[in-house]
Write a protein that binds this ligand. Structure first.
Ligand code: ARE
Length: 580
């Protein structure tokens, strides 16, 4: 038994409240080291009377180095003290908060460990991270409004490019607007979408609108606030929710308060709204104030300042309470102070307890996901693993499993269930382009996304086979010309989305890898809920594979041949199977 590999930390992703009654406990051990792992728990104030309840922990995940075990409990008094017991062959070891005790005569744990137990001190309902439940059923669709549809040419910017033939550049415009989205809502309904994520729609000077001029106003090239309200109402009528982009880390250079500082320098009453290093303000060649990255057009906001905070929190409230939006995606979320996000959460959940708060963070984000800040984050670590395995053929099945399982263990389970799983976005190359335009690889990635836990997000136009390299090439105008749309791909997305929506197991069921071997390019995983069991076999390799099924199954979709309890899947094919 390798004691050095064993890890547990109280009040973390290893010990957290899943809901108002249930505590989840996880522990890590060296891979393939243990025969059994037990959680022993007891009420911390009543140890001598009741003794320990002993629960066998289930191995729920593995990576190349470690196994991860899980157990859950609903203690009557919403608290407990606990320790672990590990069994490997003849060896039995226990671990409490103080350390390890090796003792074959382990029965008298009470005496041995009464003083050094781990504790879950108390499950206070208000502290539980409770992401909105609708996100478990959500199929998101990301729209870059300048490029989705031009529904009102009277709002066009002065110079616009030809929708079908011009190339997107950093600074050119095509005339997309909110009416263009309203006009095409039936397309989203047909696809099965039930939530739109809009990149910024507020007044700004660029085509991407991340340089806000006025947070309380829809960009005049997109429409006005009334139209935004109509759009939200029309979406709601069709069962579609709406999430907006909150760019609160920085404003635009032409934001009123920043312009006041540009004009009045040190005398400006807004000078502390930003981080000005010296006066007068200079944007070129290098800004003498803090910015997003090194972008002079995006001065960093001082979100610790009470007036800035009050202003932005009113913005957060207004678009939820008065316009009816259902959530916020938070731009550059990890560069804004935690205290701001805590207050932001209070305001947003106060306006709509069901609003979804999604942080844009590309890395492990546990500090924001403990119940006081975000519901979830854009799941880029999962994105990257999916792309590297299915699209770029850079990692093997074991590594893919290890990375996904490690991410699953990195967060409380309710966060995984409502994660935002994207494969591409306005900040990356498009999925089909990442796949070298190999549609089979694209479908593998999308099939995994659409059968994995967490809410999938489709970047506009991927469903019609749009291509594009990195920003700005990934921001081409939506292909509405029927002759240029890939209808076969659209039908694929439609079918997979329908399958996910019709089967809770594929959205919100348990998840487990059955096969993901070192050096191999295929995976097999299982999802289960309400007695419905699905197994998905995905072959990212260039040769056919034959897989032994854990029972008797029928093909639901994809290409696979069943022979008894064996299923064969061709190169770059997948098959979704349902237990008989
Ligand atoms: C423009 C050009 C770029 C150029 C950049 C240079 O288009 O080609 O490189 O200027 O300054 C918005 C626009 C962009 C624009 C940018 C600056 O959409 O087109 O870029 O403003 O004017 C990090 C941040 C993350 C951020 C990405 C882009 O952590 O928050 O970088 N994403 C958001 C939005 C963007 C938006 C902004 C922020 C600014 O989604 O669209 O850009 O409001 C690693 C790192 C991540 C890093 C990621 C991507 O994985 O770990 O931290 O994200 O790569 O670079």
């Amino acid at each position: 038994m390798l004691l050095e590999a064993i890890y547990h930390r109280p009040k973390s992703n290893y010990a957290y409240a899943y809901d108002e009654k249930t505590i989840h406990i996880r522990v890590r051990t060296k891979r393939d080291d243990m025969d059994q792992v037990f959680l022993l728990h007891c009420d911390k104030y009543n140890l001598n009377e009741t003794g320990f309840t002993k629960v066998e922990m289930k191995k729920i995940a593995s990576d190349s180095l470690f196994d991860y075990y899980h157990a859950e409990a609903q203690p009557e008094f919403r608290r407990f003290a606990y320790l672990f017991q590990f069994i490997s062959g003849e060896e039995t070891v226990a671990m409490n908060e103080v350390g390890f005790v090796t003792d074959k005569e382990f029965d008298d744990a009470t005496v041995l460990f009464a003083t050094g137990l781990f504790e879950y001190p108390f499950l206070n309902a208000i502290d539980v991270n409770k992401p909105p439940q609708w996100v478990k059923d959500a199929i998101f669709y990301q729209i870059f409004p300048e490029r989705f549809g031009n529904g009102d040419p009277s709002l066009n910017p002065e110079k616009i490019e030809d929708w079908e033939t011009a190339k997107p550049e950093r600074d050119n415009f095509f005339g997309g607007d909110l009416q263009g989205v309203i006009d095409h809502l039936d397309h989203l309904v047909e696809l099965g979408i039930n939530c739109i994520y809009f990149t910024p729609i507020f007044e700004a000077t660029t085509n991407h609108k991340y340089d806000t001029v006025d947070y309380m106003k829809v960009d005049p090239h997109f429409g006005d606030n009334e139209l935004a309200k109509t759009l939200v109402a029309k979406c709601h009528e069709k069962g579609i929710k709406v999430m907006l982009d909150a760019v609160f880390n920085h404003s635009g250079y032409f934001f009123g308060p920043f312009q006041d500082v540009v004009k009045n320098g040190e005398a400006s009453k807004y000078k502390d709204w930003f981080y000005i290093r010296e006066f007068p303000i200079v944007a070129e060649p290098k800004p003498n104030y803090d910015t997003f990255a090194f972008t002079g057009q995006m001065p960093k906001l001082n979100t610790e300042h009470p007036e800035v905070k009050a202003y932005l929190l009113e913005v957060a409230r207004y678009w939820i309470a008065d316009i009816g939006c259902d959530g916020w995606r938070l731009d550059v979320a990890n560069e804004v102070d935690h205290q701001f996000w805590r207050e932001f959460r209070q305001v947003v959940k106060g306006a709509n307890p069901d609003a979804y708060i999604l942080g844009e963070i590309w890395h492990n984000s546990l500090p924001w996901l403990q119940g006081d800040q975000f519901d979830a984050v854009m799941n880029y670590p999962v994105t990257n693993s999916i792309l590297e395995f299915f699209c770029k053929d850079q990692i093997d099945a074991e590594e893919f499993m290890g990375r996904l399982d490690a991410m699953m263990l990195a967060y409380p389970q309710q966060v995984n269930e409502t994660a935002f799983n994207l494969l591409d976005s306005h900040d990356t190359a498009r999925l089909l382009t990442i796949c070298n335009e190999d549609k089979k690889r694209m479908k593998l990635a999308a099939t995994f996304q659409l059968t994995y836990m967490g809410a999938p997000c489709i970047y506009y136009g991927d469903e019609f086979g749009m291509t594009g390299g990195n920003d700005p090439d990934c921001r081409k105008p939506m292909v509405w010309n029927k002759e240029k749309q890939d209808h076969e791909l659209f039908d694929y997305y439609k079918e997979m989305i329908k399958l996910r929506k019709e089967n809770r197991a594929l959205r919100d069921g348990s998840f487990r890898f059955i096969e993901a071997a070192k050096g191999s390019k295929h995976i097999v995983f299982e999802r289960e809920a309400d007695g419905n069991r699905f197994v998905v076999v995905m072959n990212g390799g260039t040769e056919a594979v034959e897989v032994q099924m854990p029972g008797s199954f029928d093909v639901v979709t994809g290409n696979g041949t069943i022979d008894g309890e064996k299923v064969s899947v061709g190169a770059l094919e997948y098959v979704v199977l349902k237990g008989k």
